[in-house]
Design a binder for this molecule. Structure first.
Ligand code: GLN
Length: 532
């Protein structure tokens, strides 16, 4: 069977949840036994979001094979429980880079290189390759941005061309729009949706399904009106009403038979019943926690929840696993001082120090790590958070007063965290960190071994600095142990204080691999420790 394609576009406004709709469609098709993969096409010119400030674009998600990608790939993985890769993330930057290097090689010799056909051909090549490479039944392609943006035009053109080239029954287009509620009029308004569909039509694309994001339920009348004015069947008008958890969206879509509608459009058999028992059980537990626990996330981009998306989601998964609700409070590291740290942190049962870069907030994070260590409060440091724990321990337990990471203080006498050897010659910023999954051997008698219940693990990284092995002996003597080591390079990937209730720091990012059906063992372990 040739791979089928579903495109998800958005109109009217950004942030309507295209990533969640794409993931939900993927989940429903997967639950019917189809092999699905989801990719994101991002219209910006950066090669990847690795060089973007999280304030601009939220978290940078990292795949197993080391791609720095849009945070929507995190949703795809959390919903489908299938890893994504470099090939699932396309940006205008990557597309142009490829076309320009072909031009320099002489591949187009004699021709004028243009958006159509050269850029669009390169986009199509990537979309089709993803289907062939992974032998998937359905490729879902989410197109970033909003219809009508200048920069997303080539992508919409690609949808038009593919529908024509692949023929009928091979491509379906789902368009997500907003139906605003005007309280003064007491009415839901469909005009923005009509305009948005018109704009798609101007570019030659008739959507097959409309998903309408709305605060209030849609009446039959509204569905009929939208269907009539946007040339879709009434069954193909689906509402996406605000819900308290994104994980409920697949079930809402299922109730409205979105999966069946799409299968029909794609000439796929729809009599296999979807198996969503595990998923439903997860939602039930999410809504019916037996206990609560409060943890604090000390970070730097705390105003923007998207900046720590995978961490926040990993806590939701770990909460369900522990039959509890995890309340996560985000605190700005720069708001912590010697004077207030106790007041601010004493109400929490667990303390996490977030990943990050640069000096801002570093000392506040040190205070948080120290408070957790001295008060025997479960502590979890991720990436920079682990490095902070190491520096804090060196300064306050090992009495190396000026211990530091050379990322923050180049001239420190005690560079307990230092630039990795392989990073030393690197000057370019994009895609040059230690990225992606690496193996790690665990020390048997440790908290992390208990959590994973395995000798060897594989986890994803994104960093340039690391624990300085020159000091390892002294740390172990003083009571901080290396309990996870990369078997090839000897890099310290996990530290622990065995005498503490639960004090763990990981150089890798466990949050990237937590999914609904497989909560991450370290998040689960941390939450369990916080519950006491
Ligand atoms: N800035 C640190 C490093 O590069 C930590 C990175 C991170 O937290 N992702 O090593």
């Amino acid at each position: 069977m040739p791979t089928k394609h579903i495109f998800v576009t958005g109109g009217v406004a950004s942030s309507l949840g295209k990533g969640i709709i794409s993931s939900s469609i993927g989940k429903l098709l997967q639950a019917r036994g189809y092999n699905v993969t989801i990719q994101k096409l991002d219209p910006y010119i950066n090669i990847d979001p690795g060089t973007l400030n999280p304030y601009e674009h939220g978290e940078c998600f990292v795949t197993q094979d080391g791609a720095e990608t849009d945070l929507d790939l995190g949703h795809y993985e959390r919903f489908l429980d299938v890893p994504t890769s470099h090939a699932n993330s396309v940006t205008t930057g990557k597309v142009y880079q490829e076309v320009i290097s072909k031009e320099r090689r002489g591949d187009y010799l004699g021709k004028t290189v243009q958006v159509i056909p050269h850029i669009t051909d390169e986009i199509k090549r990537r979309i089709l390759m993803l289907g062939n490479r992974n032998k998937v039944d359905v490729v879902i392609t989410e197109i970033g941005g909003t219809v009508g943006d200048i920069e997303s035009l080539p992508y919409i053109e690609v949808v038009r061309q593919l529908r024509y080239e692949l023929g009928s029954g091979q491509v379906a287009v789902v368009h997500l729009t907003l139906v605003p509620y005007l309280s003064a009029a007491g009415e839901l308004k469909t005009k923005p949706t009509q305009h948005s569909v018109k704009m798609l039509l101007e570019n030659g694309v008739q959507p097959d399904v409309l998903v309408l994001r709305t605060e209030k339920k849609l009446s039959e009348g509204i569905r009929r009106k939208v269907a009539l004015f946007c040339n879709v069947d009434k069954d193909s008008v689906v509402e996406s009403v605000d819900v308290s958890t994104i994980y409920e969206v697949p079930l809402l879509m299922l109730d409205q038979k979105l999966d069946e509608t799409l299968l029909k459009k794609l000439n796929l058999e729809s009599d296999r019943k979807p198996d969503l028992n595990n998923w439903r059980e997860f939602i039930y537990k999410l809504y019916n926690p037996k206990r609560q626990v409060s943890v604090v996330l000390v970070g730097k981009y705390v105003e923007l929840p998207d900046a720590y998306k995978s961490i926040i989601e990993a806590f939701i998964h770990a909460g369900v696993k522990n039959d509890c609700k995890v309340n996560v409070t985000r605190i700005h590291a720069t708001d912590l001082s010697e004077e207030n740290v106790e007041d601010k942190l004493k109400i929490f049962q667990g303390i996490m120090v977030a990943p990050g870069f640069g000096e801002r907030g570093f000392e506040g994070k040190i205070l948080a790590a120290r408070y957790a260590r001295e008060h025997n409060i479960p502590f979890f440091g991720v990436c920079l958070g682990m490095q902070v724990a190491v520096v804090e321990f060196a300064r306050n337990v090992m009495k190396m007063k000026d211990a530091h990471s050379t990322e923050m203080e180049h001239a420190t006498q005690h560079p307990v965290i230092d630039l990795m050897e392989q990073q030393k010659g690197i000057t370019e910023k994009g895609g040059t960190m230690r990225l992606g999954a690496y193996p790690c051997k665990l020390v048997k008698d440790s908290k992390v071994y208990t959590a994973y219940n395995r000798n060897e693990i594989s986890e994803r990284h994104r960093h340039r600095y690391e624990f300085n092995n020159f000091y390892l002996g002294e740390f172990e003597k003083a009571g901080m142990k290396a309990v996870g080591i990369n078997p090839e390079t000897g890099l310290v990937e996990i530290i622990e204080i065995p005498t503490h209730k639960w004090y763990v720091g990981t150089q890798f990012h466990p949050e990237y691999s937590s999914t609904v059906l497989h909560p991450h063992p370290l998040f689960t372990g941390f939450v369990k420790a916080a519950l006491g």
